[in-house]
Design a protein around this ligand. Structure first.
Ligand code: ATP
Ligand code: MG
Length: 342
């Protein structure tokens, strides 16, 4: 698999407290040196607590926020150096699905008008074929028969149906990469599984790649090929989903897995409770050394002093922890051992 998207040392910093003639009082290091890549047809999860920079990363990839530094390459081409025509082609190839499907649909436009807009802007099909193409798209996302839905407005749909419309709109321009930022977390629990099944089916049928942002590790396990774990603007661990779940090499990933709700109540009662304590420090003044050290159960003196470099512990499995080699001795949540044995 070749790299479809490659992000190298991406930084997105936001100056805060700047006024006319007064310099900024500080800088929010929302994304602070993130590297990752997504292969053709691959589903990459980005996980991490609230505020670690996931949405900022997604916005930078989509061209909605200008990076402070670093490089974004799409099929090998540096997006920042592209001509306007090339960049427009990139924006067509990379589409988004957001958390709140109501917010992201124009309430005054019918479904047909919503779907016709990208078809027109990117000249996907001639105007005479908009209705037929919109019908095909709605049926692709499971809104069938499409004739029932085409002339309705967003408020006439349920949350799950609205998210299907958002997915259809993203697919209208025939993208290769979908950036999905918490696409099911605003939906009713009963609807989530349906939308996830749809996303998985579309990914397989159309050979799509996903950059999939989520809090839900259950979703990661069922949908994603690889995982990138972020903490305070940095990547602390990455690897294939099965490797991350069977043997995390960063204490932060270990703690996230321990905090993950379990589908099985017997195992949920049996396991040890989460080890993540304390608040996430501010990205304005990140801790010295390893950013996780003030909350880390295995931190020692070096952790507050030296920033750990990422090291490899298996094919594509990297961890930025001084003590990653000792991961086998860490306390594992009981259920995780069960996962390993499955
Ligand atoms: N435009 C902005 N100006 C200043 N700070 C910002 C801006 N956008 C984001 N931030 C800050 O950057 C950090 C990362 O925010 P971001 O929204 O990327 O986090 P997130 O991982 O998506 O969180 P969540 O899981 O809650 O969605 C936060 O501290 C946030 O307050
Ligand atoms: Mg977010």
């Amino acid at each position: 698999m070749s790299a479809l998207l490659e992000v190298r040392d991406l930084q997105v910093h936001f100056p805060i407290g700047a006024r006319l003639l007064r310099p900024p009082a500080g800088v929010v290091r929302a994304v602070d040196g993130v590297s990752l890549s997504i292969a053709e047809g691959e589903v990459l999860a980005v996980v991490g607590e609230s505020g670690c920079g996931k949405t900022t990363l997604a916005r930078a990839v989509l061209g909605l926020t200008k990076p402070t530094g670093g490089v974004i390459r799409f099929r090998g081409g540096d997006v920042a150096l592209q001509s306007t025509a090339e960049r427009n082609a990139y924006y067509r190839q990379v589409q988004m699905v957001f958390q709140d499907p109501f917010d992201s649909l124009n309430p005054r436009k019918t479904v047909l008008q919503t779907l016709a807009q990208p078809l027109r802007i990117h000249s996907i099909v001639p105007a005479g074929e908009f209705r037929a193409e919109a019908t095909r798209l709605l049926e692709l996302v499971g809104l069938s028969p499409a004739a029932l839905y085409l002339d309705r407005y967003p408020h006439q749909f349920s949350g799950g149906q609205r998210q299907r419309i958002c997915i259809a709109r993203a697919l209208a321009v025939r993208p290769s990469l979908i950036v999905a930022d918490e696409p099911v977390s605003a939906l009713d629990i009963s609807i989530r599984a349906q939308i996830l099944t749809l996303l998985r089916r579309l990914q397989q049928e159309l050979g799509l790649s996903y950059l999939f942002i989520t809090h839900d590790l259950g979703v990661v396990r069922s949908l994603c090929d690889r995982v990138v774990v972020m903490y305070l603007g940095r990547v602390v661990e990455e690897g294939r989903t099965e490797d991350i779940f069977a043997g995390p090499r960063h204490p932060y990933t270990n703690a996230l897995l321990a905090a993950c709700p379990l589908p099985d109540p017997v195992r949920a009662r049996a396991r040890k409770r989460a080890t993540l304590t304390g608040d996430v420090p501010s990205p304005v003044n990140p801790p010295s050394g390893c950013r996780f050290h003030p909350r880390c159960p295995v931190a020692r003196e070096i952790c507050g002093r030296d920033e750990p470099a990422a090291r490899e512990f298996g094919p594509g499995h990297r961890s930025a922890c001084h003590f990653a080699a000792e991961a086998d001795t860490w306390e594992r949540p009981a259920w995780q051992l069960a996962v390993t044995a499955e």
